[in-house]
Ligand binder design. Structure first.
Ligand code: ADP
Length: 458
């Protein structure tokens, strides 16, 4: 069942329940009130009749009947019976109408002193009445019955009014709750319809955020933000795939050309064949380097992440000792202060192999783009973070490129003559973020660059 109908139904049931409860309480209270008033009047009547009959010698049965029948206060269909202490009927206010009662009733009245009950439409009362003049005579029993025409009419009227009010109230509630739930859920329905139109090809669509204040507007706004993020990551993925295929195609095309010329040329010397194989080997190396970089960018880091406490100094020294011949012309120079630093100032928590990849990228780049000039490494502690600065005196980075070098496949114009794929810094940035750190750069063209890695201390 739709929420809209559920809400309307629930609301209607609650209102119907409340109306029923209130109607019941009002009706029961009115009915009790009527009983009290009418039985009080009936009791007065019974006592007056009994007093006249038993204690006033001058009033005979006939006279009492005349008084009873002509009294202005007489009740509708009023009937009074009086029994003497031996249960003999000594007075009946009307002769032509029977009064239904049982012997047990008289015994019960003698025991209880006063009994109230109904017989059909009649309210009846029985009470024990001792003679004031001669109490030795024992107790008389008076039974009185009457029809409360006016009270019952009022009660019936009240019942009809309550039933009509209940039906009208519930009817109006059904309409009102249906309208209200439709009114409040309309934005949700609109959002639903709009969401169905949003596909991977149509990620630019956005939901209307309505008044921007209520929960539905918040939902729409959060959904829009999620679409923004999805759109961005779709765009990134698209450009990543197109860059990656472009980068892979270049060495593959070169390899194809080499193989073709090797196959087609029949007069090549052994040395020329070796040249072709050397080219193929270089292109294969390039392909391997590229696919390794792509793999590092694509694989989910949380699967490989191991958290160990590591010394940044040890990591840097280890990397330096394993540096290949390509970096040898550079001298990696460590700030002597590094070796004086206390262990807690250089200890971070992280994955050793990932952090090595990151630092190797920074140190490789510094060596590569500074043509054999020395590279300086220093470490600094600020509050709860550790900063590693890698400074070179190389080609530098143009200001407009400094933000972009962390994106995959971006290479500065001045870097084209150096080998590379534009992946290393993207991978490094990703690794730094996974360690709750970051990489920043300060650089001047033709003067050099300083890459700074920030990592939280362990
Ligand atoms: P690659 O070095 O393979 O091109 P990177 O992602 O490591 O890929 O670097 C991206 C780009 O950033 C480089 O192409 C270069 O333009 C610039 N860059 C990185 N490090 C340096 C540096 N130390 N000096 C000058 N430019 C740099």
């Amino acid at each position: 069942m739709r929420i809209r109908y559920k809400l309307a139904l629930l609301f209607t049931l609650i209102v119907a329940g409340l109306l029923t409860l209130f109607s019941y309480v009002i009706y029961e209270d009115s009915s009790r009130h009527r009983d009290e008033i009418f039985l009080g009047r009936l009791e007065n009547k019974a006592r007056t009749t009994a007093r006249y009959l038993i204690d006033v010698k001058e009033i005979t049965n006939e006279l009492l009947k005349i008084i009873d029948q002509n009294s202005l206060t007489s009740l509708d269909s009023e009937l009074v019976l009086v029994f003497d202490p031996r249960n003999k009927l000594v007075y009946s206010s009307v002769d032509d109408r029977p009064f239904k009662y049982s012997r047990n009733l008289i015994a019960e009245v003698r025991k209880e002193k006063i009994v109230e009950y109904t017989e059909g439409v009649y309210d009846q009362i029985g009470l024990a009445f001792p003679s004031k003049i001669d109490s030795s005579k024992g107790e008389y029993v008076v039974l009185a019955s009457a029809y409360d025409r006016f009270g019952k009419y009022k009660l019936r009227n009240l019942r009809h009014t309550l039933i009509i009010c209940w039906v009208v109230g519930v009817g109006l509630t059904v309409l009102a709750s249906g309208w209200l739930s439709a009114y409040f859920l309309r934005p949700v329905i609109t959002i639903n319809e709009k969401i169905q139109l949003i596909t991977a090809q149509n990620l630019k669509e956005r939901l209307s955020e309505g008044n921007g204040k209520d929960e539905i507007a918040q939902l729409a706004s959060n959904f829009n933000q999620m679409l923004n993020r999805l759109d961005m990551s779709f765009e990134q993925q698209k450009s990543f795939v197109s860059h990656a295929s472009h980068e892979l195609r270049t060495p593959l095309t070169a390899m194809k050309t080499d193989i073709q010329s090797g196959l087609e040329e029949t007069t090549l010397s052994a040395e020329e064949y070796r040249d072709i194989l050397r080219d193929l080997f270089q292109d294969t190396q390039r392909l391997i380097g590229l696919t390794n970089g792509l793999l590092q960018l694509a694989r989910p880091l949380d699967k490989v992440l191991k958290r160990n406490t590591l010394s940044i100094v040890d990591l840097l020294l280890d990397i330096q000792s394993h540096m290949g011949s390509a970096q040898k012309p550079n001298t990696i120079r460590f700030d002597p202060a590094i070796f004086e630093m206390k262990l807690p100032d250089v200890q971070v928590t992280g994955d050793e192999s990932l952090l090595k990849t990151l630092l190797t990228n920074l140190m490789d780049n510094a060596c590569k783009y500074s043509d054999g000039l020395p590279v300086y490494i220093s470490i600094e502690r600020k509050q709860s973070d550790c900063y590693v600065h890698v400074t070179d005196q190389g080609i530098g980075i143009a200001p407009k490129d400094q933000e972009r070098i962390f994106g995959a496949f971006f290479r500065g114009n001045n870097a084209i003559r150096y080998t590379g794929y534009g992946i290393g810094l993207a991978v490094s940035q990703r690794i730094a973020e996974w360690h709750d750190g970051s990489i920043s750069v300060q650089s001047e063209l033709h003067k050099g660059s300083t890459f700074t890695l920030r990592l939280p201390l362990a």
